[in-house]
Design a protein around this ligand. Structure first.
Ligand code: SF4
Length: 343
């Protein structure tokens, strides 16, 4: 397989969906973008109806069922966008969304109504000028999170231009890229691309979104090693997904794979209320139980923070589990036993 699969017919030809599913999946694909890179298509076991890689990327008819609580903009990007391409939700940081294109389209994407060929596209030159002018005029902005879409799909020349312009803004001290490219298209992590991410003036972090240890193939690990060896620390971001990673053994294996790859697990996101994604969402109580099991079993280095982005754009908060009883006098140990505390 040498090309990204972008249509139900291409998925059918690759043996990744059955002929009976085609009519419904054509309807799904007309609404939500589809793309499965060769690296991800090769990881899928077509004989396994519950393959965790397939669940992330292969469309299903369940996406046609939207629930009343779901929202086209579940984390409130639009309500916090002062200029096109910028989301300013927290005082000291902004999102800078350079593009709404991705190498793959995840079936649970919280921006699924914005990304893809029918989505919001990329920033024009004028819109980028206005976005950078907003950041330059807002001294509280200490960190710029470059996201999308997937910014690492852009050319090194375009990224280097944005980085040079950010480097000229003195109050911006940290730039963070959010990407799936090192996993879904590891060959794209070239020396030119890595060079474009570097800054003479700011600390640069690369946050990798991955949801299952199988995504961290030797090739993907080598791509991450090129980034870390170039001096760019990496963070891991994961979405808790039903049937993909909602058990402690699977999630723990992913967290260990991150740390072995010199990627510090950062957030475990509770899946957002994006339309047509109910079949992939676990309950918060299930996420807390998985986190408790990780705390009992795994090194502290392997512990992500389990967070919920409060619907409507009210911000991201940790959602537990908690270990201290409400009276502050009892604390639970990792094995579930309570102990008195008199501090
Ligand atoms: S890579 Fe990120 S932005 Fe793109 S479809 Fe997946 S979750 Fe959405």
């Amino acid at each position: 397989m040498s090309q990204t699969l972008r249509t139900p017919q291409a998925l059918r030809n690759a043996g990744l969906i059955s002929p009976d599913a085609m009519p419904e999946l054509e309807r799904v694909a007309a609404r939500y973008a589809v793309a499965v890179t060769p690296a991800m298509a090769e990881l899928i076991d077509p004989a396994d109806p519950n393959d965790p890689i397939a669940r992330q990327f292969i469309p299903t008819a369940a996406e046609l069922d939207s629930q009343p609580q779901e929202d086209a903009d579940p984390v409130g990007d639009r309500a916090h966008s002062p200029v096109e391409g910028v989301v300013h939700r927290y005082p000291d940081r902004v999102l800078l969304k350079l593009t709404h294109t991705c190498a793959v389209y995840c079936r649970f994407c919280f921006r699924r109504e914005m990304v893809g060929p029918g989505g919001e596209g990329g920033l024009t030159g004028e819109a980028l000028d206005a976005a950078l002018a907003y950041i330059a005029a807002t001294p509280a902005v200490w960190e710029v999170v470059i996201t999308g879409g997937d910014p690492l799909i852009l050319s090194p020349r375009r990224l280097a231009d944005v980085m040079a312009r950010l480097a000229a803004i003195e109050h911006v001290k940290v730039v963070r890229f959010h990407t799936r490219i090192p996993v879904v298209d590891p060959a794209a992590i070239t020396p030119e691309l890595i060079g474009a991410l570097k800054s003479p003036a700011q600390a640069v972090y690369v946050a990798l979104h991955a949801n299952h240890a199988r995504e961290l193939t030797p090739t993907a690990r080598a791509a991450c090693a090129r980034i870390v060896d170039a001096g760019l620390p990496m963070l891991g971001q994961t979405v808790l997904l039903r049937g993909v990673n909602d058990d402690a053994a699977t999630l723990g294996a992913l967290m260990r794979a991150f740390v072995e790859t010199r990627i510090k697990p950062y957030y475990l996101h509770h899946a957002d209320l994006a339309p047509g994604t109910a079949h992939l969402r676990a309950a918060i109580a299930e996420g807390q139980a998985v986190m408790k099991a990780l705390r009992g079993d795994l090194s502290g280095l392997c512990q992500p923070l389990y967070v919920l982005d409060i619907p409507g754009g009210h911000g991201k908060v940790p959602v537990g589990p908690t270990y201290l009883a409400a009276d502050g006098m009892q604390v639970e140990d990792p094995q579930g036993e309570m102990h008195g505390y008199k501090g």
